[in-house]
Ligand binder design. Structure first.
Ligand code: FE2
Length: 261
């Protein structure tokens, strides 16, 4: 059992509903609401194999640089928001991932989906899929990514999810702008691009909280070399524009600061 990390003073808890309401208000202010309304709703995936196939198609485009990471983020989020992934979990080996949950320690259990076992045509998929299954209080500490992007769909429990846009690197720190702070439940989806939501932080509020992640590596996103960059967003105060200078920190420091208790 661990205590939840301290609240970020600049990031009040907000629901996804409020977040979407903000987007709608912004669209009206910009005069683009009619365009948004005219956009057809993306049809969700029919079944697990259809979902995997569509994830593979958009991820292949990203790896071929036919689309940018921001396009990939939007496409994956739209697909996952319109797909009831919970119905496909038996086909996507969720049971095996649930069994891997451990109560000891503060790290969730990571279990890869064996894609070729679900669909024999995916022996050379452009992406990997993996579950993170958390016991209550387990934490993925704040970090950003280089050389990859990922998408995170909640498929069980409830996770406090915080994301930040990565504006730049400045010396031994990342400049971040808070993007989202919500209690995420099944159906919630948050993908990252090189910039948007690139830094994220997950704290499980219940046992068996779980995300199904899609991961695309070997791409140029803040450079091609794969790296996980741990940051301390609580260490920096926001400037007048809401930008936080978050120091890069070690694994040891990150665990001590964000998984203590
Ligand atoms: Fe991550």
């Amino acid at each position: 059992m661990t205590s939840a990390p301290p609240e970020h003073p600049a990031v009040p808890a907000r629901s996804r509903r409020h977040f979407l309401a903000d987007v709608a208000a912004f669209a009206i202010a910009c005069g683009v609401a009619p365009l948004l309304r005219a956009e057809p709703k993306l049809a969700g995936a029919r079944d697990a194999r259809d979902w995997l196939s569509r994830v593979d198609t958009v991820s292949r485009k990203l790896r071929a640089t036919a689309i940018a990471s921001g396009d990939w983020r939007r496409d994956i989020d739209a697909l996952n928001a319109s797909t009831t992934l919970a119905e496909f979990l038996p086909q996507l080996q969720f049971e095996r991932a649930l069994k891997a949950m451990r109560r000891a320690g503060k790290d969730p259990a990571k279990t890869f989906v064996k894609l070729a076992e679900v669909d024999g045509s995916l022996t050379k998929a452009a992406f990997a899929a993996a579950y993170f299954v958390f016991a209550k209080g387990q934490v993925i500490t704040p970090h950003g990514h280089r050389g990859m992007v990922s998408a995170h769909t909640v498929v069980g429990g409830r996770l406090r999810t915080r994301t930040y846009d990565r504006l730049a690197r400045e010396g031994d720190a990342l400049l971040l702008k808070p993007r989202l702070d919500t209690l995420a439940e099944p159906g919630f989806s948050a993908a990252i691009s090189a910039t948007e939501g690139n830094v994220h932080w997950f704290v499980a509020e219940t046992d068996a909280s779980a995300t199904l992640d899609v991961i695309v590596q070997d791409i140029d996103a803040n450079g091609r070399d794969f790296a996980i960059e741990l940051v301390d967003p609580l260490a920096g105060s926001a400037d007048a524009n809401g930008t936080i200078r978050a120091p890069l920190i070690s694994w040891e420091r990150s665990a001590a600061r964000y998984q203590a208790g």
